[in-house]
Design a protein around this ligand. Structure first.
Ligand SMILES: Cc1ncc(COP(=O)(O)O)c(C=O)c1O
Length: 497
């Protein structure tokens, strides 16, 4: 084996040719997004058939150019495009082109950012990215933090830091046995990550106190404080309160300064889930409720949401970096790093880590602070415009607008909402309408359930969406709503109307 040629190796000329062709195809693909359906709404069996999913792994290798071409065909023709200008479902962003290039470059250099000496420049770029994110949020720039896979992981990392910092004993060593119950506080609107965190940390989902919300869907902080005091009297140990900066369903913002005050008074860790709305704190006209996140002990934000980074990129920030290390670091004898710098494996559950920060670092500089302020403001303005359009349309009922989320539903003009049977039917009708809309490929929205009502929900974290796109949505909903109503309306509701 003097000269080894591994089956997976590619000569530079070959790599260059295939790579150039792929970049050309990606550029065409991005350019063609507005003309494509958001999705083709194909069924799982149809997708599997196209893929030939039951095919056995071939024994012999295949020409890489053919493989890349086929992969691009499969993905360009059979995906749901988050980057389409009319994608407003869930909270998944349109991907910044510079981020796409960043991921390509990161893979090429293939750094292991678990340890500084394995990734000197990449680790420092990650540290700078974390500091810039803290700056944008108005959070302490001396905080500890790192890039993780997304909002769930960012929140879970902060949650585990809180558990170790506030339990009052060494939970990492002793576990939870025989100690007071650790209690978690959050509003009923909190994202389901908190259940995973309570479960994975051994605390248990039954120890989550789901605090009721006010009319604006923010946490009722009076009930929060009462619950904390009652639990303390019963001998439990409240250790974390989670405030949400932009809830997943409606973009509702908890009163963060008030939660901060309660946490100070009660000596509890204050965590902010800003996975969706945290970045809106950068806006000059951000509400004080949102800006209060700068008082938190920890904050989770999600660059793959409102920084438009390609998946995956979440970010955990902890005010006191030492608390992250105390929650995660171990020093087995086979770690010999010998450099005084951040080793990210000390900050979280991962050991080997990829270079997620690069795409975020690039995008932050491509747009700059002002660019981001403009893009977030535009998204919010478009969601507000959608709310106005919906409110002005007699067959649509507008529910909420907060940050860049608007909720509403279709109500046929001859039906009055608020009557039992009608409400039941409206839920059925809007569920069917949503399924049709999602499968149509004309636009993509999702749903929320508000006080038992099934609502349509548009969430705009999409720098490609224009006013024209937003103005088209009410007409699409009306058309599909009327069609579905003509087919679904039960006899008893026809007679009454
Ligand atoms: C408020 C909030 N927290 C957490 C998450 C989870 O984020 P991810 O899907 O990136 O894990 C979401 C996702 O939409 C969210 O809106």
């Amino acid at each position: 084996m003097n000269q080894r040629t591994a089956p997976i190796e590619m000569q530079a000329e070959n790599f260059r040719a295939i790579g150039h062709r792929l970049v050309d195809r990606i550029a065409d693909f991005l350019d063609s997004l507005p003309e494509r359906p958001v999705t083709r709404g194909e069924s799982p069996p149809a997708i599997r058939e196209t893929l030939n999913s039951s095919r056995l792994l071939p024994d012999l290798g295949t020409d890489p150019e053919k493989l890349i071409d086929r992969a691009a065909d499969l993905l360009f023709d059979h995906s749901l495009f988050n980057s389409h200008p009319r994608f407003w479902g869930y909270i998944t962003a349109s991907a910044a082109p510079i981020g796409i290039l960043g991921d390509f470059l990161a893979s090429a250099v293939n750094q292991n950012t678990g340890a500084w000496f394995l990734s000197p420049m990449a680790s420092e770029i990650e540290a700078q990215t974390v500091r810039w994110i803290a700056e944008l949020l108005g959070f302490s720039t001396s905080c500890g933090g790192m890039l993780v896979s997304g909002g769930n992981m960012a929140n879970i990392v902060c949650f585990l830091a809180a558990r170790q910092a506030k339990a009052g004993w060494d939970v990492r060593a002793s576990g939870l046995n025989g100690n007071p119950r650790l209690r978690v506080y959050c509003s009923k609107e909190t994202h389901t990550w908190v259940q995973k965190a309570a479960d994975l940390s051994g605390i248990g989902t039954e120890n989550i106190r789901w605090i009721p919300t006010r009319n604006d869907l923010s946490m009722d902080t009076v009930q929060l404080q009462n619950q904390i005091r009652a639990d303390k009297e019963a001998g439990d140990r409240p250790f974390i309160v989670i405030g949400t900066a932009g809830s997943v369903s409606t973009g509702a913002i908890d009163n963060l300064p008030e939660i901060a005050r309660i946490c100070r008074e009660e000596d509890i860790w204050f965590h902010v889930d800003g996975a969706y709305g945290g970045f809106a704190a950068m806006l000059p006209d951000a509400s004080p409720a949102l800006r209060g996140l700068n008082e938190a002990d920890s904050v989770a934000v999600d660059p793959h949401k409102w920084l438009y980074a390609p998946l995956e990129a979440g970010c955990a920030l902890v005010r006191d970096a030492e608390k992250l290390r105390e929650a995660f670091a171990y020093h087995p004898p086979y770690y010999h790093f010998g450099v005084e710098a951040i080793n990210y494996l000390d900050y979280g559950p991962q050991n080997s880590r990829g270079f997620r920060a690069l795409k975020v670092w690039l995008a932050l500089q491509h747009a700059g602070r002002k660019g981001y302020e403009q893009m977030l403001s535009d998204d919010i303005r478009l969601a507000k415009r959608l709310f106005e359009l919906v409110a002005a349309q007699p067959e649509l009922e507008a529910f909420t607008h907060s940050l860049s989320i608007t909720t509403f539903r279709y109500v046929p003009h001859d039906l009055k909402s608020g009557i039992d049977k009608t409400e039941e039917y409206l839920n059925q009708l809007n569920t069917e309408l949503l399924t049709r809309l999602q499968n149509s490929g004309e636009a993509y929205i999702s749903n929320a359930v508000l006080d038992g009502k099934f609502a349509l929900r548009a969430c705009i974290v999409n720098f490609r969406t224009s006013l024209e796109d937003i103005e088209a949505l009410p007409e699409i909903v009306l058309r599909m709503g009327r069609e579905a109503d003509a087919e679904l309306r039960p006899e008893e509701l026809r007679i009454r109307s």
